[in-house]
Design a protein around this ligand. Structure first.
Ligand SMILES: Cc1cc2nc3c(=O)[nH]c(=O)nc-3n(C[C@H](O)[C@H](O)[C@H](O)COP(=O)(O)O)c2cc1C
Length: 457
């Protein structure tokens, strides 16, 4: 088979993810592999038609496309996202249609599932025949058992294609176009007093629904606020993955563009942040993706902790379960509070939803409320905690210090009281009579301390 490999790491040939593909190419020598460093050369691909056409022509003459990419901020790098936008903008979908597809990522398995959902849904949108996904940890290739797993994945991937197995789509078509939103209501003004409100959008949206939604939200505020358009900032490019920030949170772009100052001075200092954007190819724009990737200079520290966040989104969010999951998980992991997500999907109620968002932001910011972390927040925390504690402590030294100082190393083995209690109870329940007696008491005893709190409240 002729295979086009679309490599998503901004590190180009130094990509760890690409090594998995190169390993497969050595084990499955019958195929021709043509590798394109998409993210590394995105500026050229974007500005020179020939560069873009070269890739599309290769895809067009291939049997299979393999998406090979690191996971960046719950998805793929912004540069790769931009390439995917270009496929649709330049109407190059035809080259991908009916081609076999596969996806390989490396990551530390923090929301790699969301990145794979994205790659699969894009493959479905491009009407490709998706043959398999492989999500490896960054170090898996160094492990014999994991190499064997990768090899078996290669067998499955290529067998699916060569036998032309009937493959099912996972994601149905989307593309909901919202009706025009025209505010009907006189909005009630809310005084947020000295709370710092920051509205960030990725482009001006002049004349579009989102522009009017932002205006309606501004109508709800009687106090001061600031509005920033990411496209008006001088941002030289996406995160390059150099990880120079690991030692001391200093980004290689520092002093070279506006992003770091903008993030430190505006985003971090805001009490309330509104994130405004449109749905584009199953996510927000690559400009918004650039924002999230570039904010990685804080590495694994939740730099938006305690913030009240509202989203204003144009597009059919209810069709985009993966994007919704990413938004909710991101906010949970950040230990921020997601007040609401308002869309123009149900345009008749957009006015009241915007008014409601302002009211909730006021109440929840005064209370300094943050919803408890559920599985995405707690699970995400544990992945980062374990990673920084051991194998990446050296790379992310500032994170390590911060995790120590801020009680983020909440390992169960440090909970001496709980361990002692468990130890005592294990001893006690080794006696068969006691074991039976305690077994019967579990339900009633467990709720007792809770009931006592309620009784005394
Ligand atoms: C900006 C940035 C964001 C990242 N986001 C994630 C993430 O959300 N989840 C994860 O598991 N790993 C994340 N990583 C780690 C990379 O996925 C991982 O190091 C990967 O193996 C790098 O592959 P590459 O060498 O091919 O670029 C991130 C790394 C960077 C630089």
């Amino acid at each position: 088979m002729k295979i086009s490999v679309l490599s998503g790491s901004p590190k180009g040939k130094h990509s760890v993810s690409l090594q998995s593909l190169l390993y497969l190419s050595k084990k499955f020598k019958d195929h021709d592999y043509n590798i394109f460093h998409i993210s590394k050369s995105i500026k050229k691909i974007e500005s020179e038609n020939d560069e873009f056409d070269k890739i599309i022509n290769d895809v067009n003459s291939s049997d299979m496309v393999i998406w090979v990419t690191p996971v960046y901020s719950f998805l793929v790098p912004s540069q790769y996202k931009r390439f995917i936008e270009l496929i649709f903008e330049k109407k190059a979908e035809y080259a991908f249609k009916n081609k076999f597809a596969g996806a390989i990522t490396t990551s530390i398995n923090f929301f790699d599932n969301c990145a794979h959902n994205y790659l699969r849904s894009i493959s479905d949108d491009l009407e490709m025949k998706f043959c398999g996904s492989f999500s490896a940890d960054s170090y898996d290739l160094l492990n014999e058992e994991e190499r064997s797993r990768l090899f078996k994945f290669g067998e499955v991937l290529f067998a699916n294609a060569e036998k032309n197995m009937p493959l099912q789509k996972f994601f149905s078509k989307t593309g909901f176009v919202p009706k025009p939103y025209n505010p009907q209501k006189t909005f009630e003004k809310t005084d947020f007093k000295d709370k710092k409100i920051l509205i960030v959008k990725d482009r001006s949206y002049e004349g579009e629904n989102l522009h009017k939604m932002i205006n309606s939200f501004k109508e709800c505020i009687s106090s001061e606020f600031e509005e920033i358009d990411l496209s008006a900032l001088d941002i030289k490019g996406g995160c390059t993955g150099c990880v120079q920030c690991g030692f001391d949170h200093h980004c290689m772009y520092e002093g070279a563009d506006d992003f770091i100052d903008f993030f430190n001075e505006k985003v971090k200092k805001a009490d309330i942040m509104i994130i405004a954007g449109e749905i584009k190819d199953r996510w927000l724009s690559s400009k918004w993706k650039e924002f999230f990737d570039r904010s990685f200079f804080h590495n694994h520290i939740p730099s938006m902790m305690g913030k009240q966040v509202g989203f204003l989104i144009s597009g059919g969010l209810s069709e985009q379960a993966n994007l919704k999951e990413i938004i909710e998980s991101f906010i949970q992991w950040q230990r921020a509070n997601l007040c609401d997500i308002v869309t123009d999907e149900f345009v008749e109620s957009t006015d009241s939803a915007i008014q409601n968002l302002a009211t909730r932001l006021k109440i929840e910011s005064e209370l300094e409320f943050a919803a408890p972390q559920g599985f995405p927040g707690k699970g995400g925390h544990k992945i980062f905690r374990d990673d920084i504690f051991a194998r990446h402590r050296f790379v992310f030294q500032t994170d390590h210090k911060w995790y120590e100082e801020n009680g983020f190393y909440d390992f169960p083995q440090y909970d001496e009281k709980a361990l002692e209690m468990s130890e005592n109870m294990i001893k006690l329940t080794s006696d068969p009579n006691m074991r039976e007696a305690i077994r019967k008491m579990l339900k009633t005893e467990m709720v007792k301390p809770h009931a006592k709190i309620v009784e005394n409240s």
